[in-house]
Design a protein around this ligand. Sequence first.
Ligand code: AMP
Ligand code: MG
Length: 411
Amino acid sequence: MSACGCDGTDLLPVEEAIAQLLQRVPAAPAVQQLRLEQALGRVLAQDILSPVQLPAWDNSAMDGYALRAADLPAEGGYLPVSGRIAAGDGALQPLPAGQAVRIFTGAPLPAGADTVVPQERCRSEGAGVWLPAVTRGAHVRQQGEELRLGQPLLSAGIRLRPQELGLLASVGLAEVPVYRRLRVCLLSSGNELREPGAALAPGQIYNSNRYCLGALLRGLGCEVHDYGVMADELAASRDALSLAASEWDVLITSGGVSVGEEDHLKQAIRELGSLQLWRLAMQPGKPLAFGEVAGKPWIGLPGNPSAALVTALVVARPFLLKAQGLAVVQPNVLQLPADFDWLTPNSRRQYLRAGLQRSADGQTRVVLHPQQSSAMLSAACWADGLALVECASTLHKGDLVQFLPFAELLQ
Ligand code: AMP
Ligand code: MG
């Protein structure tokens, strides 16, 4: 493990930890064909080329009149109207010379027509129509203008959103090749943990990480297999981890990775496989650990609820996205003015629970929640994201601060 570089401690810089995790991502899951209506949020497994051109034929972008621009005097004029074409009409007669045709949005242009005039700009009179001056090609969606046959349509490694599903449908594809979901086993550790709904005995607390992390993993596109709580014993930890490793792609635990005598997970991992990194230069989240059990990656998140959330979003997320086959795994970071001072440099990079506040001058500024304890989740519920203060740095009100929106991190 390399030194942090901030204060000479043995804490691993966050970027280095993420890079090391990314190097150990297993091969992407198997590919399956899914119908479009089942594919929302799934990761595209192959590049898709357009099997058609789009639009397939010239068509009208407006309700109005189609004509041959050369048939109209430069200043506009009167043309007889020879017919009517609506969306869905096919097998059209060519447009007779010197005539216009009534046409509607999405309707195919008849052979010979090259221009459409919106109906608001026309005046119908008798069996014809008064038309203004036109520009040839106006309001016509040209054949192949959006996509040519064989043109790259979508690249492997993207997550399918509604617009991608719509685009696939628009070129006639009913199914799409995607990676099967990444199967993640989630385990909590701690003798003190009880499930919500149960009565608490003295010394017990509710298991919140199970629900927070389970939801977070599902939101990232994983299939979650929740193995409940491991007791704080080496043998129990070993058994649970080795069973989980025999069944699922990735193991994620919370708690039990700190330095206390009741923290057995690192030892269990050493006995079953290998511990590859531990202790990051971040706050919250120092005790994060990473290793491997029977060839399956294991991410040991800290037990403190806010630390578990932040490390899952900052460190585990890029790993889990890459393991799902996604090409882009790092979040977009915003730079916004801070509405706070950070005057005491810290040896660990800070991931502060922060909100966005719009002030009277229209500027969006980053404000901090007063409680930044790694044990408390309320601040994360109040927050819009995480403000990042580099280790050994200070900040003054008005300085730009890096901001990671939850909206970005939670998908
Ligand atoms: P640990 O890392 O196991 O020492 O846990 C650190 C702190 O987080 C302790 O106060 C634990 O009680 C708490 N904690 C651990 N796991 C959970 C959990 N699943 N839900 C809520 N709190 C937890
Ligand atoms: Mg514990």
